[in-house]
Structure formats: structure tokens, C-alpha cells
Design a protein around this ligand. Structure first.
Ligand code: HCA
Ligand code: CU
Length: 432
């Protein structure tokens, strides 16, 4: 099923791409199944009314995701109406709804106008015993009925096993082989509890790849309980997975799944042109802000790409090198994502090259010796408390003004610590 039929070798010239081509790898040919409107609805704070769901669906579509997954129409009457509304928006992205492996759900879902169904059933002994109570034989029987029905309606169908990594491998492979024979478009692996690590993911996806028809796609879904959701997605693609489930900011059950922004960051390092050709990278920040507002959370400070300090450089050594060539400490270019680089200078780790750069930005002609003296003053002040950019600018501007006026005593005064600050600083610290 094009465009995902068959493995594709890596062809990127990025220095961060794997050095050798690998016939299994899909690092440069993959799709996003964006689940903010399904997994994301399971986030503790989430409540999306119809208008918000439509706004989110449009924003995801405009960003460029290939698929949008929405909550099952069997969940509630409003969910059903919303599913119909989104399926009929005429978006470029394919619309999927996510249903239990149950004929009642499948029937309702097939009437909504979606492009396909993501069918799921728990296969681990935990879920078989404590959730739906079905054995593997019964699971295969139900799966057969549901898959044949969805296919008879001409819709795309994916079959996934919830809690795949705590399921018996033989059971799992038998199930996948059976649904593959029925002609599903994709099979899915879900790390429902976030227990998997990248190596386990690689092994399972690779094994699965070897038992499926080459044209059957593999979708992967990773929870982030131990912080591996993005690394696991990468490992899955390395092993031949074709589709990755994401949500904006990773929202979902507990602490969620692979965040779309993190996946974009990771994959951009492998093949920037490919990623930039698929997604409107400048819109990532707005997309994240839209979701952050909707579920009343902040964008995390350490978020990839859009975290408030993702492109802030602090230590003097870093600042100097960054100012000479940003590639020294940046593997992602902020401007590609509509972000800006920030060199932080009002702290005690600062260096005179960074201060010089700021003086140049302000159009102040100062000698290297002047700048070293000012840097010394900044360090003394910052030993007591960090200085804002305005504080630093004020110091630079005053120094420059006194210099132009030839007022040496004012300069000397400026370089001395104010009395209160001097008292606060220890003698050792000031002498350093
Ligand atoms: C859940 C279901 C699911 C389904 C994933 C999938 C999971 O537990 O809410 O359909 O691939 O994490 O297993 O989100
Ligand atoms: Cu999930």
C-alpha cells in the first residue's frame, strides 16, 4: 500500500544520519498518526468541546500530519457527533477513529465517514485476565469478524495489540500473522505501560517485520513512563516501523506518549529536508501553544525545539563558539522552526566575547580591554545575583557614554561594586 510499501534505504546527507544504509530502516520514510484527539483526550486535564476539536484537527492538518486519530464514536453521543464532524471537514489528513475489537463499535465507526479504523485489543495476560477476559482464540475470532467487516465497508483497517511488550511473543506473532492474512493495512504495537526500551522495541519490530507481508505497514505507540517514548519511536523506525503515534506535547494517559515535537526534532537530525518537506515546522510552536492552552498546562521548559531555553546558550565558552559558528553547540537551527537563538550574558559564567557581541548589537564601539573590564564587573555583580539583559545593556551604554565624554572617574566608579553589593559579596568571591 503506497506510499509505504517496502523498505527504503537511508539517503540523507545529514551528519547525524546513520552512516550506513540499512534495508530495514524507515528513518527517511515514515508517517505520523496524530492522536491528540484520541490518546490526548485521555490526558487528565483534557476536555475538548466540538469547536476546540475542530480547531485542533485543522491545526494538525495544516501542520501536515498524515493521519489524525480521534476518539471512538462509541465512547459517547457527543464523541460520535464530533467524529462525524471531523470526518467531514475535508481535511488532507486521513481521519481514523480508534475502536475496541468489537462489532458494535466497528458498526458505529464505519457509519461516521472516517477513512479508517484503528482496532485494538489487549493481549497481555494482565489485560486478558483483568480487562476483557478473552483468550487468544477468542481474540483471533473477534478480530477476524471486525476486520472483515471494516474491509467490506472499503475502509482502511489497522489491528493493534494493547500492552504488546508484556504479551507472549508466540501469541502475538500468531495473532499478527492471522490478521495479516486477512489483509489489514497495518498492524500496531503498543507499549501501553511504557515499559519498553529501544533495544526491545528494535527486536520486536524487526521480528514482526520478518513475519508480515512486505506491504503491511507497522504502527507503533509508545507511552513515556520511563522517558523512552521518543527513543523507542526512533528504534521502531530503524527496525522497519512505518507509522508513529504522537500527541502534541505528548498528552495522554498518565504522562502520555511520544510528543510530536520531540519526534520532529529527532527525525530532523536524520533527514532535515524530508522532515521540512512534510511538515510546516514554523507552526510547531503555535500548535503546541494551542494544546497547552486547551488543557491548561505550560510548554515544558526543556521541551525539544520550543522549550523556552531550547536555544539559549549560557557558559562563556559556549557563547563564544556559538557566536562564531552556531553549529558548534546547536544541531537544530532555531530559525528553521521560527525560533530565535539567545545568548545569555548576565551571569558569572559569562565571557567577554559574548559581551562584545552584545555591545556590537547595541552599536557601541568599545575596545577589547573595555569589554574585558565590563565583563569583570558583570561577573562581580552576578556572583551576587544574575543580571538581566537590561542590566547588562545599561552597564554597556553607561560605560560607552562616559568613554565618549572622556569621563575616566565615572568609568572607574562604574566598574566598582556598589556598596550594598560589595557588602553582600564575600571577600573571596570579589577577589576571584
Ligand atoms: C489505551 C489504548 C492504547 C492503544 C494504542 C493503540 C495503548 O490503553 O488507552 O491502539 O495502538 O496505549 O495501548 O492507547
Ligand atoms: Cu496509549
Amino acid at each position: 500500500m503506497p506510499p509505504h510499501a517496502g523498505p527504503i534505504a537511508n539517503v540523507s546527507s545529514s551528519p547525524y544520519a546513520p552512516k550506513y544504509t540499512d534495508s530495514l530502516s524507515r528513518l527517511t520514510n515514515w508517517s505520523i498518526i496524530e492522536s491528540t484527539l484520541r490518546e490526548g483526550e485521555q490526558f487528565a486535564n483534557a476536555f475538548f468541546d466540538t469547536a476546540k476539536k475542530i480547531e485542533i484537527a485543522k491545526a494538525l492538518d495544516d501542520f501536515g500530519v498524515e493521519y489524525i486519530e480521534i476518539t471512538s464514536p462509541a465512547a459517547s453521543e457527543q464523541s460520535r457527533l464530533d467524529c462525524i464532524a471531523i470526518a467531514n471537514l475535508g481535511l488532507k489528513a486521513k481521519i481514523l477513529t480508534h475502536v475496541r475489537c468489537h462489532m458494535d463499535d466497528a458498526r458505529i465507526a464505519c457509519e461516521t465517514g472516517v477513512d479508517g479504523l484503528d482496532v485494538v485489543i489487549g493481549t497481555s495476560s494482565y489485560l486478558r485476565e483483568f480487562s476483557h477476559g478473552k483468550d487468544m482464540e477468542r481474540i483471533i475470532k473477534d478480530a477476524t469478524e471486525v476486520i472483515n467487516y471494516v474491509k467490506s465497508k472499503g475502509l482502511e483497517v489497522r489491528f493493534s495489540s494493547e500492552d504488546s511488550f508484556r504479551s507472549d511473543l508466540v501469541d502475538l506473532l500468531n495473532l499478527y500473522k492471522a490478521v495479516d492474512q486477512l489483509g489489514v493495512n497495518r498492524v500496531g504495537i503498543a507499549d501501553t505501560v511504557g515499559c519498553a526500551n529501544p533495544r526491545q522495541v528494535y527486536d520486536l519490530v524487526k521480528t514482526l517485520r520478518s513475519v508480515l507481508k512486505p506491504t503491511t505497514d507497522i504502527e507503533c505507540h509508545f507511552h513515556n513512563d520511563t522517558g523512552c517514548a521518543t527513543a523507542n519511536a526512533y528504534a521502531a523506525l530503524e527496525a522497519g516501523a512505518t507509522h508513529i503515534d504522537t500527541s502534541v506535547l505528548g498528552i495522554g494517559e498518565r504522562n502520555g506518549i511520544t510528543p510530536i515535537g520531540n519526534l520532529i526534532a529527532r527525525m530532523f537530525t536524520v533527514d532535515p529536508d524530508y522532515v521540512a518537506s512534510k511538515y510546516k515546522l514554523h507552526q510547531l510552536r503555535d500548535l503546541e501553544n494551542l494544546i497547552a492552552d486547551a488543557v491548561e498546562i505550560q510548554v515544558p521548559f526543556n521541551n525539544c525545539i520550543t522549550g523556552y531555553c531550547a536555544f539559549t546558550h549560557k557558559a562563556g565558552i559556549h557563547a563564544k563558539a556559538i557566536l562564531n559558528n552556531p553549529a558548534t553547540y546547536e544541531i537544530l537551527k532555531p530559525e528553521v522552526f521560527g525560533m530565535t537563538r539567545y545568548v545569555s550574558i548576565g551571569h558569572r559564567l559569562t565571557g567577554w566575547n559574548a559581551v562584545k557581541n552584545r555591545a556590537e548589537q547595541l552599536g557601541l564601539a568599545l575596545s577589547d580591554d573595555d569589554l574585558k573590564a565590563i565583563t569583570g564587573k558583570i561577573k562581580k555583580l552576578a556572583d551576587i545575583k544574575n543580571q538581566s539583559m537590561e542590566d547588562v545593556d545599561g552597564l554597556l551604554r553607561n560605560f560607552h557614554a562616559y568613554k565618549v565624554a572622556g569621563d575616566h572617574s565615572a568609568i572607574e566608579q562604574l566598574l566598582v561594586l556598589p556598596k550594598a553589593a560589595a557588602a553582600a559579596a564575600t571577600p573571596e568571591a570579589v577577589a576571584a
